[in-house]
Design a protein around this ligand. Structure first.
Ligand SMILES: [Zn+2]
Length: 174
């Protein structure tokens, strides 16, 4: 699937996930104020494009320009924890070759968990050996449940669209 297809898929899933978060926030009991809803949409679209950032392309260059600016803004306002997390997320697709871990269905579940573990490490780094706890990691995940859901659905949208293309190719060239 090309970049345009993934953007379209990401936006459609983003609207669906944002609407679901808005409707379900009451019954589930996890609030989704307008700022969180905007983040849910952005995170869904981001992760629907994220897996293909492991290959050099024009969208990848624009992505890193946007990350560069965002890191400058975050550090200017003193959001160092968020800046560290964003930097780690942004370089992670480049850790291996194209279509490696970013295109693995298990990564979708492990990645938010690892991020929550790192976030807990950043918060407790001065007293890492005494304060780091799996319970706090679970709390981070639950506190940001809508963003975790957005990450999972956005990422799966990408993998689904990639597999559809492969399926079509398979049918054309058995
Ligand atoms: Zn892909």
């Amino acid at each position: 699937m090309n970049f345009k297809g993934h953007v379209t898929g990401g936006v459609v899933t983003g609207v669906a996930v944002t609407t679901s978060a808005m409707v379900l926030s009451g019954p589930v009991g996890i609030p989704a104020p307008p700022l969180v809803l905007a983040q849910v949409f952005a995170v869904t679209v981001f992760f629907s494009l994220f897996p293909d950032l492991d290959i050099s392309s024009v969208p990848q260059r624009w992505f890193f320009r946007a990350i560069f600016l965002t890191l400058l803004v975050l550090s200017y306002y003193g959001y160092y924890e968020e800046a560290t997390l964003l930097a780690l997320v942004a370089i992670s697709p480049l850790l291996d070759h194209h279509r490696s871990w970013t295109h693995n269905v298990l990564s979708v579940w492990i990645f938010p968990f690892i991020l929550a573990c790192i976030y807990e490490y950043i918060l407790t780094k001065d007293r890492f050996f005494t304060s780091w706890s799996l319970e706090n990691v679970t709390t981070h995940l639950l506190d940001n449940l809508w963003l975790v859901v957005a990450c999972i659905f956005g990422w799966y949208t990408h993998l689904l669209l990639d597999s559809l293309k492969r399926f079509r190719k398979f049918k054309l060239h058995p």
